[in-house]
Design a protein. Structure first.
Length: 296
């Protein structure tokens, strides 16, 4: 029956050679789990329990949840084929729950790394002030790269210390900032206007010729600023956005408030940052509490 399924994938479904080979190997692997001496099995005799035991054995030997889900998908497709062809009345895969795939935790910079970068950008001309402002805007407001690029002078209220940000789906939100950033923006605008004959783009952040900045330009500025400063491999504007959110939560901000500042449409998108803060708390507890340490 396995061979019939493989022919079905190859000739009726026109599946890619990679998919055919993967599904073939996965089902053969399940067969060998049931009987190490055989590459085949009776589908009618398989129970949900035997499949769960297979899943457990795969994870115990180091397969990731993503890999296990792929193998389980192969088995589900196999039984779906058998049912469609009336070759088997039993389908033990119907009520099986796939292992959850863990979302990777967001990468963040350490506070001392951000401070080092900020303190080592010399503020003696337009270009250096702009480069420092790019880093500080991401770190102090958590805005997205596209949102930063779209900022105009009129979106910045230096008296109230707020940004009017146009986010995803053209949804506007208000983001507050502190006096330090207000002072930096003031110095930058003064230097920019003295340096440029005309702000062609009419944007807050512009190139040396007054034209609009572009995504790769902003990415490179952040990447170059943090090169040699942090072990974090991905040195991007989005990591600074993650750092902003994590810093707020580590210092007692409510999750709902962080959600609004980031412009997330639902709380689940923000909750990933709580895992980072919990991991840090757990690490601190493990190091500091005498009862947390393993006895020798």
């Amino acid at each position: 029956m396995i061979d019939l399924f493989i022919e079905y994938l190859r000739y009726e479904k026109n599946s890619s050679s990679h998919t055919v080979l993967s599904y073939h190997n996965d089902i053969k692997q399940f067969a060998r789990f049931l009987d190490p001496e055989s590459d085949s099995f009776d589908p009618q005799q398989v129970t949900p329990t035997s499949i769960r035991e297979w899943i457990i054995s795969l994870m115990e030997t180091g397969d990731s949840a993503r890999t296990v889900n792929r193998k389980l998908s192969a088995l589900k497709s196999f039984y779906s084929f058998l049912s469609h062809k009336s070759l088997c009345t039993n389908n033990p895969t119907k009520k099986l729950i796939s292992p959850k795939i863990k979302k990777p935790l967001p990468l963040v910079f350490r506070e001392n790394e951000v401070n080092f970068v900020s303190e080592n950008i010399i503020e003696n001309d337009f270009e250096h002030l702009r480069d420092k402002l790019i880093v500080e805007l991401f770190y102090q407001t958590g805005i997205r790269r596209a949102e930063l690029i779209g900022l105009k002078d009129g979106d910045v209220d230096l008296n109230k210390r707020i940004l009017r940000v146009l986010g995803k789906r053209n949804k506007e939100r208000i983001v507050p900032f502190g006096q330090l950033l207000a002072d930096l923006i003031t110095r930058y605008i003064k230097e920019r206007d003295a340096f440029l004959e005309k702000n062609i783009a009419e944007r807050l952040i512009v190139l040396n010729n007054g034209a609009e900045v572009y995504p790769k330009f902003i990415y490179n500025k952040v990447r170059n600023a943090f090169t040699g400063v942090t072990p974090v491999k991905k040195r991007s504007p989005h990591v600074l956005r993650h750092t902003f959110a994590t810093t707020l939560l580590n210092n007692g901000a409510e999750l709902n408030a962080v959600k609004e500042l980031l412009g997330h449409s639902n709380l689940s998108a923000t909750e990933i940052y709580t895992h980072t803060t919990f991991d840090q708390l757990h690490s601190i507890y493990q190091q500091a509490h005498p009862r947390a340490k393993k006895r020798r």
